[in-house]
Design a protein around this ligand. Structure first.
Ligand code: SIN
Length: 517
């Protein structure tokens, strides 16, 4: 197990940045333990076999908290992707012909194995993604919940009988798996974004080629190892990583791949959508957001502060549903800013393995530079930093939790997703204005409102052009509810009873000549 090269100890501990030394040492021992665990894998999975890239090329996986190399994984491309597609295609026939109960049992076993390896998977997520261990463990439960849910849903893929228009006919609608699915997933949830796609796909009889982010492939590989241990047959789940454009192109070009599912940036989503046209594939996209968080003057201030804090600073601001614009009624603007500041200044920043830390590093230097450029743009147009506003003294990609006031709608902070720990505070006067500001974006994933008025809750929820709305709550994602956006935030829904439809084709069958004996 865990056969590939594990290169964590390349840096001697005396060379580690001073402030990181204790936690870096802790991480080295965590990583060494993981190396010996039964879930650690650092090769691609094709047709049930763990394989290197055909030319032996590798890529390094880094710990964003310390910069250390955790492992080398294969740098794969078109060739390996085509092999993976062939394996998935071969496995499709037998997997789709199993009974729903048989597939359900495999998925349930996978869920049980993920949960019994929760600690190791959580550690792996913290090591390669940086989020605090407690949050990483939360992601494991969240990720596993999709497998459990769809193990159950597998048994509820009902068709229909349609009352016929002619007496000698019978009309049926069958639901059948779409076929081989290409799933391209991001680094911010190295496990949950995979299970949210692969769970429903496998449940209804599809097979899959997964391309995890090159920044966080180890969690995906560990999850795939557990899928094999659960008895999911070889070829049903394949994992390739490396040259993202080449892998994406191979998935798009193959007529055997009948569906692409993607979570990531809007720019890449648009390219995939265009590319899928060549073979007219089904596509579902979960793309960027620009979530408004409207705090009305009738809101309970404590509830609003707690909710905005959670919606903004989860995963250090690196989720598509993170509050991107906090739009506060002018009557409570100062009071809210003060209370929110008090709460944000208590957020402990640091390495994800350190007790009490709730804000880990950003994923990489580019992410920090993006935050800096957005902030610079806002400051140059008159915004003010009331908390944070710079890189954290811990160095690396740590950034101070930041609050910016006097933000206007023309600033980058209000127009685009910052994907970092910066909360921009905008002002509004009337409910109509708040709705107009909230909807003034091409994005439409998540929105949040804080109010104690029931009528307003309904009115504003209906008026918001978003796929998800949280009322007096900052964390609303769950496996049982549909997740997905409108406008340029994407197509389709994940999770819930609706999520499985993305992997099913409807087939109408007309049976004629019923009167023949
Ligand atoms: C995402 O950031 O894309 C997913 C967030 C979630 O599932 O809550």
């Amino acid at each position: 197990m865990g056969v590939a090269r594990f290169a964590l100890c390349k840096i001697s501990s005396s060379l580690l940045p001073r402030m990181h030394r204790p936690s870096a040492l802790r991480q080295m021992s965590v990583a060494a333990d993981l190396k010996n665990s039964t879930i650690f894998r650092s090769q691609g999975l094709i047709g049930g076999r763990w394989v290197a890239a055909h030319d032996g090329k590798t890529l390094q996986v880094n710990n964003p908290s310390t910069g250390e190399i955790i492992a080398d994984v294969p740098f794969m491309g078109r060739r390996e992707t085509n092999d993976a597609i062939s394996s998935a295609y071969e496995a499709l026939n037998s997997w789709s012909k199993l009974t729903a109960t048989e597939r359900s049992k495999c998925l349930r076993k996978w869920y049980d194995l993920i949960m019994s390896h929760k600690e190791e998977l959580g550690q792996l997520i913290t090591l390669e993604q940086g989020k605090p261990l407690k949050e990483a463990l939360g992601e494991v439960s969240y990720g596993a919940s999709f497998i459990e849910f769809f193990a159950e849903e597998a048994k509820r893929v009902y068709g229909d009988i349609i009352p016929a228009t002619l007496a000698d006919r019978r009309l049926f609608v069958l639901k059948q798996p779409v076929g081989v699915v290409g799933a391209i997933t991001p680094w911010n949830f190295p496990l949950a974004m995979i299970t949210r796609k692969v769970g429903p796909a496998l449940a209804c009889g599809c097979t899959a080629v997964v391309k995890p982010s090159e920044l966080t492939p180890l969690t995906a590989l560990a999850a795939a190892e557990l899928a094999l241990q659960a008895g999911i047959p070889p070829g049903v789940l394949n994992v390739v990583m490396g040259n993202a454009p080449d892998i994406g192109d191979a998935l798009l070009a193959s007529p055997q791949v009948r569906k692409i599912t993607f979570t990531g940036s809007t720019a890449v989503g648009k390219k995939l959508m265009a590319g899928a046209a060549g073979t007219v594939k089904r596509i579902s996209l979960e793309l960027g957001g620009n979530a408004p968080c409207i705090v009305f003057d009738d809101a309970d201030l404590d509830v609003a502060v707690k909710g905005v804090l959670a919606a903004k600073f989860r995963n250090s601001g690196q989720t598509c549903v993170c509050a991107n614009r906090v739009i506060v009624h002018e009557g409570i603007y100062e009071k809210f800013a003060e209370a929110f500041s008090k709460a944000v200044q208590n957020l402990q920043v640091g390495d994800g393995f350190t007790e009490g830390v709730v804000q880990g590093p950003l994923i990489n230097e580019a992410a920090v530079q993006k935050v800096e450029s957005f902030l610079q743009d806002a400051l140059s147009k008159g915004a003010k930093v009331i908390l944070g506003g710079k890189r954290h003294s811990l160095g690396m990609t740590f950034y101070e939790p930041t609050i910016v006031t006097d933000v206007k709608t023309d600033m980058l902070l209000a127009r685009e997703e910052v994907f970092g720990p910066v909360a921009p505070l905008l002002r509004f006067k009337t409910e109509e204005e708040a709705i107009r500001i909230a909807n003034d974006t091409n994005a439409g994933l998540a929105a949040y409102i804080f109010t104690s008025n029931v009528q307003r809750t309904w009115r504003v929820s209906e008026a918001l052009e978003y796929g998800l709305v949280g009322v007096n709550e900052g964390i609303i994602s769950t496996e049982v509810a549909p997740f997905g956006g409108v406008k340029q935030s994407g197509l389709g829904r994940e999770g819930s009873k609706y999520g499985i439809d993305e992997y099913l084709e409807l087939k109408y069958v007309c049976l004629g000549d019923m009167n023949r004996k």
